[in-house]
Ligand binder design. Structure first.
Ligand code: CP
Length: 329
């Protein structure tokens, strides 16, 4: 399917998911991204039911294999699997045989011997999910690899913007903060631009990758301009865990120059959306009165994370049931 294909309700019905894995938005077509979003939309109401469960993935086994900390992603994959009636295993890497020197591939081969169907993996090194996907028969979903991609985070961000604004095409999205070390920024740039949004990245020069404009985004160091023109402002925290040296003089300096507080928000459009993938460093990139204020959709992003992860699990599992056709058990 061509990337430029226009998806109408008719073509959506015939759009097919053919991939074993979900590794990044770079490799997906606009049609595939829209199919993921449409599937997530149809799953959203299941979480509003008194009994939040459908049998779509009954008999399937999902394993969460997280080599880095996580609150939102790990728990929402677990909830998503449970709401689809899959069995879910959470492997604590700190207490697994990885600490005794077992390789990741050996760990994965052993999980496959236990007949798992889907491996959800987060790792500090870029490319690990892709490497596992090449060697495993099980489906692999990337839950974040280094500074490379975090596809389900970007999908839930797209779903939230679409829910709040009614569209993605033609919107101006500013991504503000530590772009250089952000897998969230990269996945969002791929997803937003493929679906017709305009993206500008903003931050200190030391936190913007060289040649980032080659991804089809605008670049500015002027936070006031970046805020003024935006329909959506997506904040990122400074990711110290992926920095080899201090790249900003101090957090206080960063807050003064790039942080969003109530005064800076006054520059924005009256209906601007404030987004953040979490975890927030309150008082650094975002003040509490903005994070908890009327423009913030940060907790809506978290809510949409479950529907997006249900869609991802459902599609890679190749389930034949209709997404919303299952009755509560
Ligand atoms: N946004 C995100 O990935 O959050 P966690 O690190 O808590 O999973």
């Amino acid at each position: 399917m061509a990337e430029t294909a226009v998806v109408t309700p008719d073509t959506m019905q015939t759009a097919q998911w053919t991939k074993k894995d979900l590794l990044g938005l770079r490799e997906l077509s606009a049609v595939e991204i829209r199919l993921l979003l449409a599937t997530a939309e149809s799953f959203r109401e299941i979480s509003l039911r008194p009994i939040k469960k459908v049998p779509a993935l009954r008999g399937k086994t999902v394993v969460n294999l997280f080599f880095e900390p996580s609150t939102r992603t790990r728990t929402s994959f677990e909830l998503a699997a449970k709401r689809l009636s899959a069995d879910i295993l959470n492997i604590s890497v700190a207490s697994s045989s990885v600490t005794k020197g077992e390789t990741i591939l050996d760990t994965v081969k052993n999980l496959e011997a236990l007949k798992v169907d889907i491996i959800v993996i987060r790792h500090a090194a870029a490319g690990v999910p892709q490497m596992i996907a090449r060697h495993a028969n099980a489906s692999v979903i990337n839950a974040g690899d280094g500074a490379h991609e975090h596809p389900t985070q970007a999908l839930l961000d797209l779903l939230t913007i679409q829910e709040k604004k009614g569209r993605l095409e033609g919107l101006q999205v500013t991504i503000l903060g530590d772009i250089a070390h952000s897998r969230v920024a990269r996945s969002n740039i791929w997803g937003l631009t493929k679906l017709g949004a305009r993206v500008t990245v903003c931050g200190p020069p030391t936190l913007l990758p060289v040649h980032i404009e080659q991804l089809g985004v605008g670049v500015t160091y002027d936070v006031r301009e970046a805020i003024r023109t935006a329909d959506v402002v997506m904040l990122l925290r400074i990711q110290h865990e992926r920095q080899e040296a201090a790249l900003v003089p101090s957090l206080r300096e960063y807050r003064l120059r790039y942080g969003i507080d109530r005064d800076r928000l006054k520059l924005a459009k009256p209906d601007v959306l404030i987004m953040h993938p979490g975890p927030i460093n309150r008082g650094v990139e975002l003040d509490s009165n903005v994070a908890d204020g009327p423009h913030s959709v940060i907790l809506d992003q978290v809510t949409n994370g479950v529907a997006v992860r249900m869609a991802a699990l459902f599609l890679v599992a190749g389930a034949s049931n209709k997404p919303n056709g299952g009755e509560p058990e």
